[in-house]
Design a protein around this ligand. Structure first.
Ligand code: GLC
Ligand code: CA
Length: 554
């Protein structure tokens, strides 16, 4: 097991568009981020992941890149970026960029060229095919876009279709073309040379498609996954990229691994394979949904099993743990059980930070920012609008149902502007925010929580401070207790004769805790709890959402 810096990191994800607006145009920007480095340092995190800041026409808020080597106009300039990077580094905070290379924007010059003619040198940078049917107007295969509808767009001029697994403004790159792979390595090296410390790789498991592009099977409402999730040349291409770029720097490479399971995790991240350092799986993201979209109550036993399975992967792999990101609704209320959500937030913080792996906190999670009661027209994300639009086409009678589903699942919930203080727009902007601010900013905001000793924010600081540099928290083995208990999440992290013993009451009611018989400690010290009356480790009744971390010596 190698010791690398990211194993002792707490990463904070910034969604730049919604973080802090420095110039009053209603859109978060780089200078805004720079102005909040003090806040992040005070929070105690030691790495950030920035959602894309590259040039983009923003069909998918930066996940459609038109120039990989420059900064989006709305966010500022490359000089602003360099200044921010330097300030982060001065404050001991590493910077991880988002690498979106399954697709580009249709405004990228490669695609603009590619579209010009069939013999353009860039034609083969993308996936073009003749259509089917007599007139060739039927898509080349039955694959669907992850945002619904066919994964193909017809181009009148050349009479061919191009593939887009996301929006039609996001054409898929053709990784079978060695030139494309070289471009990707060059892009990574460009940012590494500037000083960035790693990449979160967007939908990386989709990059390799079979040449013959066979029809796919219907799966959870989408078609084609079995052909392009860890496709035929995936490992070859990633090994190559690792060799040409990632391995040359002391970097952290974590990939979004949609559609992959437990076994895949080893193949994708085992350190002996020289591919990725870590991945984000989706098993927990879907724990409160049927078919990804239909909301259901969290089953804690299942929830714990998902964590347990991942925690028990071979020591040559490394977990990245998250509850929230820019694609998921807020964990409050998703993973809570009603009642005092701030206390629920504290309990969730302990569970997320104390399991083994690198924890990722999403902006506002440390404040307990919640989902928003959007009106229909306030959900403006491409996913929500395309899905609601599709159901409307099937029948306007489905409008209300689709709206209600989106009210639980839309990505917009995570993207409402950061709530800095109680002034207008939560202090995010002095102008008109690009999307609605959650009206609960008057109650939930950073300024208010800074000055409240018992706030969620101050609790996060304690847990982060406790975790970083703590050998047991970094390397301790994970042992789960009370697996079948439907209310409590109880685990231990063991390192030689010491351990951290963690208790989390996931329920909004008093719950009995029975100390497992095998726990016979010599010494015990309570390190952190949201119950000021918590005593030493023994059988007891836990308060709603109570959480405790003990250090034990055997
Ligand atoms: C990833 C991103 C998401 C984006 C999609 C297409 O899932 O996290 O925000 O829409 O890829 O790039
Ligand atoms: Ca701005």
């Amino acid at each position: 097991m190698k010791n690398r810096w990211y194993k002792d990191a707490v990463v904070y994800q910034i969604y730049p568009r919604s973080f802090c607006d420095s110039n009053g145009d209603g859109i978060g920007d780089i200078k805004g981020i720079t102005s909040k480095i003090e806040y992040l340092k005070d929070l105690g995190i030691n790495a950030v992941w920035l959602s894309p800041v590259y040039k983009s026409p923003n069909k998918d808020n930066g996940y459609d890149i038109s120039d990989y080597r420059d900064i989006m106009d709305e966010f500022g300039t490359l000089d602003d970026f360099k200044e921010m990077l330097e300030k982060f580094h001065k404050n001991g905070i590493k910077v991880i960029m988002d690498l979106v290379v399954n697709h580009t924007s249709d405004q990228h010059k490669w695609f603009q060229e590619s579209k010009k003619s069939k013999d353009n040198p860039y034609r083969d940078y993308y996936i073009w095919r003749k259509g089917r049917g007599k007139d060739g107007k039927k898509p080349p295969n039955n694959w669907t876009s992850r945002f619904m509808g066919p994964a193909w767009e017809y181009d009148e001029a050349s009479g061919e279709f191009y593939m887009h697994l996301f929006a039609k403004g996001q054409p898929d790159l053709n990784w079978n073309n060695p030139k494309v792979r070289q471009e990707v390595a060059d892009i990574c090296n460009y940012w590494f040379e500037m000083g960035v410390d790693g990449f979160r790789c967007d939908v990386l498991t989709y990059i390799s498609k079979p040449d013959d592009l066979p029809d796919g099977k219907f799966n959870l409402g989408l078609i084609g996954d079995e052909h392009f999730t860890i496709g035929p040349n995936y490992h070859k291409y990633i090994k190559e990229l690792n060799e040409k770029s990632w391995s040359k720097y002391d970097s952290f490479i974590v990939a979004e691994a949609i559609g992959t399971g437990l076994k895949d995790a080893v193949a994708l991240t085992d350190e002996n394979n020289k591919e990725l350092d870590s991945l984000f799986h989706f098993d927990l993201a879907n724990v409160d949904a049927i078919l990804q979209f239909i909301p259901k109550k969290v089953d804690l036993v299942k929830f714990k099993k998902i964590i347990n399975d991942r925690q028990n992967l071979p020591a040559t792999t490394w977990n990245s743990n998250y509850y929230e990101n820019h694609d998921q609704p807020r964990s409050l209320p998703r993973l809570a059980d009603g009642g005092d959500l701030m206390e629920a937030g504290k309990m969730l913080a302990v569970s997320l930070l104390m399991i083994k792996g690198t924890p990722f906190i999403y902006q506002g999670e440390e404040l307990g920012m919640t989902n928003c009661a959007f009106k229909k027209e306030e959900m403006i994300d491409v996913m929500a609008t395309q899905i609601m639009g599709m159901f409307h086409k099937i029948s306007p009678l489905l409008d209300n149902w689709a709206y209600k589903v989106m009210l639980k699942r839309a990505r917009d919930h995570a993207r409402t502007p950061m709530q800095w203080n109680g002034s207008e727009n939560g202090g995010f902007t002095t102008g008109k925010p690009w999307m609605v601010v959650n009206p609960n900013y008057t109650e939930i905001n950073a300024e208010k929580e800074q000055s409240d000793e018992n706030s969620l924010l101050n609790f996060y600081k304690k847990v982060i401070h406790f975790k970083l540099g703590n050998e047991i928290a970094i390397n301790g083995n994970y042992i789960e207790y009370l697996k079948k208990n439907k209310n409590l999440f109880v685990f231990e992290r063991r390192l030689e004769n010491k351990s951290l013993f963690v208790i989390c009451n996931f329920k909004n009611k008093d719950i009995k805790f029975a100390l497992p018989e095998e726990i016979n400690y010599k010494n015990c010290e309570l390190k952190i709890s949201n119950n000021k009356d918590a005593g030493k480790l023994e059988s007891c009744v836990l308060k709603p959402y109570e959480t405790r971390i003990y250090e034990l010596e055997y």
